[in-house]
Write a protein that binds this ligand. Structure first.
Ligand code: NAD
Length: 335
C-alpha cells in the first residue's frame, strides 16, 4: 500500500524502510548536480521519473546514464512559467534553482523567480496530482548564524538586500509558501534544508569551495582561500544528501529538517586537506572574502536522525577521493 492507502502494485519502495512507494516522481532541477543523482537513485528504486529542467545551470551530460532509459523523461520547461505533467504523480521534488554563489550572482532575478513562481507552480502540480511535495531548501536560510550548530528552530540572520539575498530570501519565501500550501490547502509537504553538498558532477567553475580547491590543486595553481580561512563549513557527500532527501520524502514529516554532515572544518583546513589528497604542492593564496559570507556552518541533524533515522554514512576522505577522481578525469590538468 502506498501512503494514500492505494495498492501500489509492483513499483519500487524507497526511504530507509521502503515504507513509501513511489511509482512516478517529478524532479525539478533534475539535470543539475544534486537533482541528477536523485533521478538516478529514484530510477534504481524503481520509480519512473519526469525531470523538469531548463538547463540554466544544469546539463544533459549529468543525465548520460538516463539517455536510453524508458522510465525517464526530460522536459526542458522553465518552472517559473506554468507547466504540467500528464498522468499520475506520487511525489514532486522541487530542486530547480541556481544554487552556487557564482550562479545566483549571475542570475539574481531567475533565482528569485525559481524560488517564488517556480515553487508556486511545483506546489500547484503536487496539489493537482494529490502528490507529496518536497522543497529543497538550504542552510542559507540561516544566513550568518548566531546559533551554532544550526538547529531547525533557529530563524536565521539574513540580510534581505545583500549580495546573497536573492538566493537566501528566495528560499525563505519558498519555505513560507510551502508551509501555506500545507496549512491552508492541505498539500502533503516536507521542507529539507540541505547543507553544502559535494561530489561528482559539480562544475569546476561554479565557485563552490570543493570544486575550486580540487581543480586548483590538480592544476598546481594557488588555492584561493577567502579571508583568513577560519570560517567553517560542513560538507556532505551527494549520495548521503540524496538518501536524506528520499528519507524525508518517504517519511510523514513536514520539516523543516536539516540534511547535512555535522563534521565541521575551517575553509583553510578543507583547502589543505584537499591539497594533500591531490598530492599537490599548490600554495595557499588568501583572497578577499565575499560579502555576507557565513562565518559558521554546521547542521544539527538530531531531527533527521529521530524523525526518519537518517544520518550521513560516507567517509569524508572516501567522498573526497571519489570527487577528486571525477575531476581528474574531467579536467585537462588532471589527465
Ligand atoms: P545545480 O545548479 O547543479 O542544479 C539546479 C538545476 O535547476 C539545474 O539543472 C538548473 O538548470 C535547474 N533550473 C534552475 N532554474 C530553473 C528553472 N527556472 N526551471 C527549470 N530548471 C531550472 O544546483 P544543485 O547544487 O544541484 O542544487 C539543487 C538544489 O538543491 C537547489 O534548489 C539548491 O538550492 C539546493 N541546495 C543545494 C546545495 C548544494 O550544496 N549543492 C545546498 C543547499 C541547497
Amino acid at each position: 500500500m502506498d501512503r494514500s492507502g492505494r495498492d501500489a502494485g509492483g513499483s519500487g519502495g524507497f526511504g530507509p524502510d521502503g515504507e513509501r512507494t513511489v511509482r512516478r516522481a517529478v524532479v525539478t532541477g533534475g539535470a543539475g548536480f544534486v537533482g541528477s543523482h536523485l533521478c538516478d537513485r529514484l530510477r534504481e528504486e524503481g520509480a519512473s521519473v519526469v525531470c523538469i529542467d531548463n538547463l540554466l545551470t544544469g546539463s544533459v551530460d549529468n543525465l548520460a546514464a538516463r539517455a536510453d532509459d524508458p522510465g525517464f523523461v526530460l522536459d526542458r520547461s522553465d518552472v517559473s512559467e506554468e507547466f504540467d505533467v500528464e498522468g499520475p504523480v506520487d511525489l514532486v521534488l522541487h530542486l530547480a534553482s541556481p544554487a552556487s554563489p557564482h550562479d545566483y550572482a549571475r542570475h539574481p532575478v531567475e533565482t528569485l523567480r525559481a524560488g517564488a513562481h517556480g515553487t508556486l507552480n511545483a506546489l500547484e502540480l503536487a496539489r493537482r496530482k494529490g502528490a507529496r511535495f518536497l522543497l529543497a531548501s538550504t542552510s542559507e536560510v540561516y544566513g550568518d548564524p548566531l546559533v551554532h550548530p544550526q538547529v531547525e528552530s533557529y530563524w536565521g540572520n539574513v540580510n534581505p538586500v545583500g549580495p546573497r539575498s536573492q538566493y537566501d530570501e528566495a528560499k525563505r519565501f519558498a519555505e513560507a509558501l510551502t508551509t501555506a500550501y500545507r496549512t491552508a490547502l492541505g498539500v502533503d509537504t516536507v521542507i529539507v534544508r540541505l547543507f553544502n553538498t559535494y561530489g561528482p558532477r559539480m562544475r569546476p567553475t561554479d565557485g563552490r569551495a570543493v570544486p575550486t580547491f580540487i581543480t586548483q590543486a590538480l592544476a598546481g595553481l594557488p588555492l584561493t582561500v577567502a579571508g583568513d580561512g577560519a570560517q567553517t563549513r560542513s560538507i556532505c557527500y551527494v549520495d548521503d544528501t540524496v538518501s536524506g532527501i528520499l528519507a524525508a520524502a518517504a517519511s510523514g514529516h513536514h520539516g523543516p529538517v536539516n540534511i547535512g554532515n555535522p563534521v565541521e572544518l575551517s575553509v583553510l583546513e578543507l583547502a589543505e586537506h584537499i591539497r594533500e589528497l591531490c598530492s599537490s604542492v599548490s600554495p595557499v593564496e588568501f583572497v578577499e572574502r565575499p560579502g555576507d559570507d557565513p562565518t559558521l556552518r554546521r547542521p544539527d541533524i538530531g531531527l533527521a536522525r529521530s524523525a526518519f533515522g537518517w544520518q550521513p554514512v560516507v567517509d569524508f576522505d572516501k567522498g573526497l577521493a571519489l570527487t577528486i577522481d571525477w575531476f581528474t578525469r574531467l579536467t585537462p590538468a588532471g589527465r
